[in-house]
Design a protein around this ligand. Sequence first.
Ligand code: HEM
Length: 498
Amino acid sequence: MDLDWSFLTSFGLMLFIAVGYYWKKHHGIPDGPRGLPFLGFAPFFGPNPQDTFLALKQKYGKLFSMYMGRQLTIVLNDYEAIKAAYVGQADIFTGRAKGFVFEFITRGEDGETHGLGMLEGERWKNTRRFMLSTFRDLGMGKARIQDRILLEAECLNETIAQSNGEPYDPFSALSAAVANVICTLCWGRRYDASDKVFQQILVNNGVVAEYLAQAGPLLSYPVLRFVPGKLKQGWERFVEVIRSTKAFQKAIIEEHKKEYQGDEPRDYIDAFFKQQRKVGTEEENRIFRDIELETNIRGFFGAGTETTTVTLYWAMLYMAHYSDIQKKIQREIDGALDAGRSVTVEDRANLPYMEAVCREIQRCANVTPFGVLRANTEETTLMGYRIPKRCFIMPNFLAVNRDPKLWEEPNEFRPERFLDKSGKLFEPPYFMPFSIGKRACVGESLARMEIFLMFANVLQRFDIYPDASFPLPSVDSYTTSISCRPLPYKVRFCPRNQ
Ligand code: HEM
């Protein structure tokens, strides 16, 4: 048989180029699970991705690589690896993973992505600096914001009281309380829980959170959104919700524009207008365009409401499971405060056990088990491995929170681990529910204050009991939306006899 030498030569050349390309891309990177062509490892995450990733840590150690669709992803599996990247090489690992769906949410009519959560480089730095200083001026970490949170805590208690000790799911009430804090900070307005517009914003927020958790396949293959059936329906609903949320935020900004006279800012939007009126450099002017404002307030609302609500939802569930711990907190509160007064931030120093319980709930609940994906903006070497430019970076916070080298009996719910021998609060550096480094959560101090004040004031006023007709879900079961939520539950909130 005659050999077709020209075919063989072309084939050999193509093979050589393909192998060369593969080698160039993959040499020196961490090992990891193989996955399938085009789909990567995503189909193997399974119904409990948390268990899958804990098992992968056992197999591969500190870090491993995998493909999600076509995207090379590096998973950082322990405290040392996360610290080496996020703190040790902070400037390189502060990029944000870009994916089709997040880009869709944050893309303006100019075709660019906007908003703190997605920006990079100087624009990200300047936006973040402005956000932090504005929230500080508006009272973050001060008495002014405490008053707003206490008002919402009071309304939350009133709503809970209306359940009259009957089995009750507190999710909506918690969500309204937490969302109102952000609404007041961002656009100076709070809503009654029965307000139809407010209810719609909360429903929309839930739809977006749920959709984002399932949107993995669109990351590499956006075309899948047109496939008839579940994918297409989900996408269409999501687009509709995003459109109506954008329209709502635009209307709020326009309303503010009419009212704003250049006075002392009442909220984030006013502070932004004030900054817009200052003549700045070209770069400064770029980050003070309306599109940035609109994307940011939507981002703060989305990022701040779901995570904080879900943490408080876990907190109530844990209390129904651990009545002895609940009683211990209540004894501490009763001993530290005069009767009839609400718990405030000033009481924190006298409530170390309460503070320890808040931290243990965050450690055990793992509301953001894999953080928010980042990207490395340059090729680099991490712990001896080559990390090609613009990998997705996934911190496995769950594995840190379950690491037996860091926590004694990590699977136990044991708040005392956050107290030192003299009973004072002790927070180790590897406790990082808000991530670490230059791009850690900007809402950390606000969230901590909300969790402490709302949780403590509910426990001061109510005993939380399970009800035999509504068996409690286990604290080990969860559903994954954009954060990790407990399964829905009902408990009884009974007014305490102090
Ligand atoms: C319990 C509550 C919260 C948790 C567990 C949480 C967790 C996180 C985490 C893990 C990140 C990713 C950081 C990284 O890239 O490494 C993040 C980012 C972010 N969070 Fe939070 N967060 C919470 C509350 C809030 C609140 C109340 C706000 C309100 C403004 C907020 C706004 C943001 C924003 C804007 C980012 C993006 C920051 C950036 O890219 O520079 N978060 N959060």
